[in-house]
Design a protein around this ligand. Structure first.
Ligand code: PLP
Length: 332
């Protein structure tokens, strides 16, 4: 139950933070041949998890599901787009642990990928509420909470992408894992760790975890979502709230003093908006395929497109750079 780097070697957290291992760690790292100037490595999160869907949301659920159980919640109520990987992962893994999922779904541009995902959501056992827009979701929220009460027990409300401070612990753990891989020479210490930023938890957790681990690696977050505030201030704000959770629960470490300057956030690869395909993303998706990566154009292909463009402009230093493959299209 507690074989986690955060619980174990790194921080003396004992059993104060419940944790539930859902995937096989460490996830693999390998060098990618995609014709860049700097060496590029991939940390491959796509196969993480065992519940029929993988990717970066599973590490958040490792902390969120036992927290839901600790609170005695019977249902998780959360939000996402109609192609939400977060909602699907929550539905599949929560059900395995006796927790129901209710999703408020906001419209996003429809393509084959999103239509397929919606089919998976429909057969996931989750209760779906099509609220269409962010405004309508906010207006419906009180009704949704009451609708999903079980007796007097409130549903466990989670933000988009599972990016609460507890969910963010998932990528603190992910960064500690990467640091352990650097220490055992499975890859060189990277200058940058590139990830898509959809709700911020992954980038925030990585930033906190890399600092705790003492690596010099900088998180380079590629924003793909224009409907949430995701600038460096917000990412660091979330990282600091997560640091606060660790301290409140008994972890002891010197003050980290994280500042917005400690993370690099770029926004030039969103294109017209969240979920909209861009030519650069389509090209990066094709390039990824040649290197054995299965990417999609909502998140991962936009992040790889940014990496490729920044490399071409010589803005990634000498590397090596790590690309975090966060997409987990697993079928049982
Ligand atoms: C959710 C998601 C992300 C973004 O992670 P956040 O923690 O929400 O910023 C990246 N890639 C994929 C495939 C995702 O589903």
């Amino acid at each position: 139950m507690t074989d986690s780097l955060l619980h174990g070697r790194f921080l003396e957290l004992a059993d104060t933070l419940p944790f539930l291992r859902l995937g096989d760690s460490p996830t693999p790292v390998r060098e990618l041949d995609i014709g860049t100037r700097v060496p590029v490595w991939c940390k491959d999160e796509s196969g993480y998890g065992s519940g029929g869907w993988g990717g970066n949301k599973i590490r958040k659920l490792e902390w969120l599901l036992p927290e839901a159980q600790r609170r005695g919640a019977r249902t998780i109520l959360t939000v996402g787009g109609t192609g939400t990987n977060w909602g699907l992962a929550t539905a599949l893994y929560a059900r395995e642990h006796g927790i129901e999922t209710a999703l408020a779904l906001v419209d996003q541009p429809e393509d084959d990928h999103v239509r397929e995902q919606l089919q998976r959501l429909k057969s996931s056992g989750a209760t779906l509420h099509f609220t269409h827009s962010k405004l309508r979701t906010v207006l419906c929220a009180p009704w949704l909470v009451v609708r999903h009460m079980r007796g007097r027990t409130l549903p466990y409300l989670l933000p988009a992408g599972g990016s609460s401070p507890i969910g963010t612990l998932g990528y603190v753990e992910g960064a500690l894992e990467l640091a352990a891989q650097v220490r055992t020479s499975m890859l060189p210490e990277p200058t940058y760790l590139v990830t898509a930023v959809g709700s911020g938890g992954t980038a925030a957790g990585l930033t906190l975890g890399l600092r705790l681990a003492g690596l010099r690696t900088r998180v380079l977050g590629v924003v793909v979502n224009d409907t949430l505030p995701l600038d460096a201030e917000h990412i660091i704000g979330l990282a600091k709230r997560t640091e606060g959770v660790l301290r409140t629960r008994g972890a002891q470490f010197a003050p980290l003093g994280l500042r917005p300057e400690d993370v690099t956030i770029v926004r030039d690869w969103i294109g017209p908006g969240y979920g909209h395909e861009t030519p650069a993303a389509v090209a990066a998706q094709k390039l990824g395929t040649t290197a054995g990566l299965e990417l999609e154009t909502v998140y991962t292909a936009k992040a790889l497109a940014a990496l490729i463009d920044l490399d071409a402009r010589g803005e990634l230093g000498d590397g090596p750079v790590v690309f975090l493959d966060t997409y987990g299209p697993r079928h049982r």
